[in-house]
Design a protein around this ligand. Structure first.
Ligand code: HEM
Length: 190
């Protein structure tokens, strides 16, 4: 049933993108050591989802567009100061700090997936990048693995900060942002 106090903020692509992405990252995380086929497919899924999201950031619905939520650094810092002082204003789309985090994750996620494809190509001679590493020196193996693990660890730090940001904004504005990203709707109140 539709609620007249609510408006549609997140389109279906954003909602499907987000929850499939979170699931794919979770699958990649829990299969990293034992289920290489699931780990690699989770990585390809992440890459496809993020590619679609980059395009949608330019042609998607109002709040899906980068122009709606990417703000200059001074505005983002001022917003964080307002959060610390409990006087941050409410945004219907992403707030400036959330927007910066979205861009950071959309840049880091493909790097994690691509570095994983490089490891897979080098160690298993499999995947789309296998051909690139035929003549690579042995020492690359540990370097590529280290890079992939470092980037994945950095992603986990960003996800942790992302979840903290969602929790803080939800508490400060007394709204359930997780529910909004599921239903696509937010309350109209200021
Ligand atoms: C690996 C896990 C996750 C990743 C990589 C991730 C990434 C993202 C990205 C890229 C967005 C921007 C959505 C868009 O504009 O397309 C976003 C938004 C959001 N995410 Fe996540 N997310 C993850 C897990 C979660 C989880 C577990 C929750 C909740 C429990 C969550 C809650 C949210 C919410 C509420 C928003 C919208 C924030 C707002 O209202 O501005 N995320 N996330």
């Amino acid at each position: 049933m539709s609620n007249t106090n609510e408006i549609r903020v997140w389109d279906p692509l954003i909602r499907v993108f987000h929850w499939t992405l979170a699931l794919a990252v979770l699958v990649a995380l829990i299969t990293e050591d034992d289920l290489l086929w699931a780990h690699t497919w989770a990585g390809y899924t992440v890459l496809g989802l993020v590619a679609a999201r980059w395009v949608w950031g330019f042609i998607g619905s109002e709040h899906a567009r980068f122009s709606d939520f990417v703000r200059p650094p001074h505005e983002t810092l001022a917003y964080l100061g307002d959060v610390a002082a409990f006087r941050a204003r409410r945004y219907l789309g992403h707030n400036p700090a959330g927007g910066a985090m979205v861009v950071a994750m959309l840049l880091l996620l493909p790097l994690v997936a691509l570095s994983g494809m490089a490891v897979y190509g080098y160690l298993e001679f499999s995947g789309p990048l296998a051909g690139l590493f035929n003549a690579s020196p042995d020492s690359w193996s540990s370097v590529l693995k280290e890079i992939h693990e470092l980037l994945a660890d950095l992603l986990l730090v960003l996800v942790g900060l992302h979840l903290a940001g969602v929790a803080i904004a939800s508490l400060q504005h007394r709204e359930n942002l997780v529910r909004s990203l599921w239903t696509g709707r937010k309350s109209k109140h200021e």
